[in-house]
Design a protein around this ligand. Structure first.
Ligand SMILES: [Zn+2]
Length: 277
């Protein structure tokens, strides 16, 4: 197994929260072997673990008592995709900064911090038996594989979105190039309802794609950018099983709820044990 990795030095990113619109910041710091990924906010430590997830409505919220961090998944995807095993993430404000709505700014942040080995061998959670979650309309399948690979299919009624399928083996190189740049998105017809629920207050055309009947608000970075962003979300959510994962994942019209259900199941297995069907 390869050695565990952390950051070589601290690096900070300032911005605005996608859902609250409030100023927020995150500082990535090195961490010792076997300490995992831990968020720090308001004096509390929140390990990146599925049992601390309290909400999955348009973003994943971790909370412990009065301390919480919202929209953790894009930063977690970057850490997962770039094989960072251990990091301390100091958060100021209620959310991780939205940046441009993708994980690319976090990839750049991690590259600015640099990567260092920190002793100890990486222990991934491996899928050893096929696993099916969901129903015939929306589902998530996990299969054994010697590497990490994600295929994500979406099918939206909006003509500008439609059917998309993104498949990508995940390595630091392919993640940074093929998945990290894919931005989050919202549909024009759901904006009023999102704002009524207190969401998307910080959303803008600078940090999200707005999908309208006549097209998208900005040129897409990939023809299947929406499906790639869903793959990004899945990669971030799976990291909440507490360790990097190894396996082949096929998601069809899934979402944070199914992603987290799988992360919870994986969290219950020892790193080298078989996942239960
Ligand atoms: Zn997302």
């Amino acid at each position: 197994m390869p050695p565990q990795r952390t950051l070589a030095r601290p690096a900070r990113l300032d911005g605005v929260g996608l859902h609250t619109g409030q100023a927020c910041a995150v500082t990535l710091r090195p961490a010792p072997a076997d300490s995992g990924i831990v968020f720090l906010t308001r004096g509390a430590e929140l390990p990146a673990q599925a049992d601390l997830v309290t909400a999955t409505d348009r973003g994943v919220r971790l909370a412990r008592g009065p301390a919480s961090v919202f929209v953790v998944e894009h930063l977690l995807a970057a850490l997962h995709g770039l094989d960072i095993d251990n990091a301390r993430l100091e958060v100021e404000g209620p959310e991780i900064p939205a940046a441009d709505g993708s994980a690319l700014p976090f990839v750049r942040l991690i590259r600015r911090a640099g990567v260092a080995t920190c002793g100890g061998q990486r222990q991934a959670r491996r899928i050893r038996r096929p696993l099916f979650l969901g129903d015939k309309e929306r589902y998530l399948v996990a299969l054994p594989a010697s590497r990490l690979e994600i295929c994500y299919a979406v099918d939206y009624p909006a003509k500008a979105a439609g059917k998309q399928l993104a498949c990508c083996p995940i390595s630091p190189r392919t993640f940074a190039r093929e998945i990290a740049p894919a931005r989050t998105f919202a549909f024009a017809h759901e904006l009023a309802e999102l704002r009524r629920r207190g969401l998307a207050a910080g959303g803008s055309l600078q940090n999200a794609i707005l999908v309208q009947d006549r097209g998208c608000s900005s040129p897409l970075r990939f023809p299947d950018e929406l499906a790639r962003h869903k793959a990004l979300d899945l990669l971030g959510d799976l990291r909440l099983c507490g360790r990097p994962v190894e396996g082949r994942f096929l998601a069809v019209k899934a979402g944070h709820d199914l992603h987290l259900e799988l992360a919870r199941r994986l969290a219950k297995t020892a790193p080298e044990e078989e996942a239960e069907c």
